[in-house]
Ligand binder design. Structure first.
Ligand SMILES: C[S@@+](CC[C@H](N)C(=O)[O-])C[C@H]1O[C@@H](n2cnc3c(N)ncnc32)[C@H](O)[C@@H]1O
Length: 263
């Protein structure tokens, strides 16, 4: 049975007129699960570097992150219009949601925790997996991390992370890189905000986080009760009431937990 709060990821019925949130299939089977490898990069190499930047500037406004106001991000006001504009810009219809233009509940909780507990990352090598806007990576860099890498498979996200790091005057290396088959590079702390939203993603993220922990990294996750988080593997460190985009989550606040992978 689906977690009652799980309305995620945002999916649409086809066509602009019928755009709305619908429940994703409870058991999506992807080519990856079926044993085929998809090209992991999304939205890549279709525009010039300057065009990715121009698009982000045109479609977002810089403002404080609701639960982490000390971090400024390029944020979009409306998800589905931006999603459609992205598809028009790229001339395709297979683009994923513009995750990079929003601060997801799990990422906001994790960024809050890192900023309020800087010792977790201070002086350490940090990896933000599936970084989206780069919010968690920016929080780590602001908290004194020795070095922060942010990995993403969405070309828009990689551009947004760099732009967002710049406006917060911190150094983050944004990489178009799928690290989920590895063990977290050489990071001493691996951070993951809101990554347990669908089964195929969870099926790759959890083993990667486990491998990182097995080699000695500290692994922290921010999660607002997504369906595919295996809670028994984690220990709760903090819980917050996080403001979210109501059109994406069907609520204005989501109780979100910062978890540490402990088994
Ligand atoms: C819900 S968003 C979370 C973004 C951010 N961590 C936050 O909390 O705001 C999930 C992100 O995972 C990214 N993603 C999906 N598969 C990935 C992979 N294999 N490697 C890196 N990022 C991935 C997506 O592009 C998307 O930006």
């Amino acid at each position: 049975m689906r977690h009652p709060e799980d309305r995620y990821p945002p999916t649409r019925t086809p066509g602009p007129a019928s755009t709305r949130l619908v429940e994703p299939s409870a058991n999506p089977v992807t080519p990856t699960e079926a044993g085929l490898r998809e090209d992991p990069w999304v939205n890549g190499d279709r525009l010039t570097s300057a065009e990715y930047t121009e698009f982000i500037h045109a479609q977002t406004a810089v403002g404080p992150t609701p639960f982490v106001p000390e971090v400024q991000l390029h944020l979009a006001a409306e998800a589905f219009e931006l999603w459609e504009r992205t598809e028009r810009e790229l001339g395709g219809s297979d683009t994923p949601p513009p995750f990079w233009a929003f601060a997801w509940a799990g990422g906001q909780a994790l960024a809050r925790y890192v900023l309020d507990h800087p010792a977790v990352v201070a002086g350490r090598r940090v990896l933000d997996v599936a970084a989206g806007s780069g919010l968690v990576a920016i929080a780590a860099a602001s908290s004194g991390a020795l070095r922060v890498q942010a990995s993403e498979i969405d070309r828009f996200a990689v551009t947004a992370i760099s732009l967002n790091a710049a406006i917060n005057a911190v150094s983050v290396t944004a990489e178009l890189r799928d690290v989920l088959d590895g063990d977290g590079l050489d990071a001493e702390v691996v951070l993951a905000g809101d990554v347990f939203y669908e089964r195929p993603m969870a099926a790759r993220v959890l083993p990667m986080l486990s491998r990182a922990r097995a080699r000695g990294a500290r692994v922290l996750v921010g999660d607002p009760g997504r369906m595919y988080l295996p809670r028994a593997r984690f220990t709760a460190l903090a819980e917050y009431e996080v403001p979210v985009v109501a059109a994406l989550e069907d609520t204005e606040v989501k109780t979100s937990t910062v978890w540490e992978l402990t088994t």
